[in-house]
Write a protein that binds this ligand. Sequence first.
Ligand SMILES: [Zn+2]
Length: 88
Amino acid sequence: MSFRVTIRCPHCQERSIAISSREMSKTLREVTYRCTNELCGHTYVANLEVVRTLTVSSIPAADVHLPLSPHVRREQLLLLLEDEPAKP
Ligand SMILES: [Zn+2]
């Protein structure tokens, strides 16, 4: 599953299209958007940032440190508790 990330122009709320992007780091990309409303003409930069992990990587990079999503921590805790031997 994949889809284009589109956002609305903050000024006129019309759809904007990405016209360029550049990688700032492994977790941050700057995307330049242009509003499709010709009466508006707003061009602007937005950040696309990786902020948390939902499923951990099987080949993690040593220099990438992302927090686990709170619901993942809960699921992992529940798995740990399931593995725990029952107390008498
Ligand atoms: Zn606009």
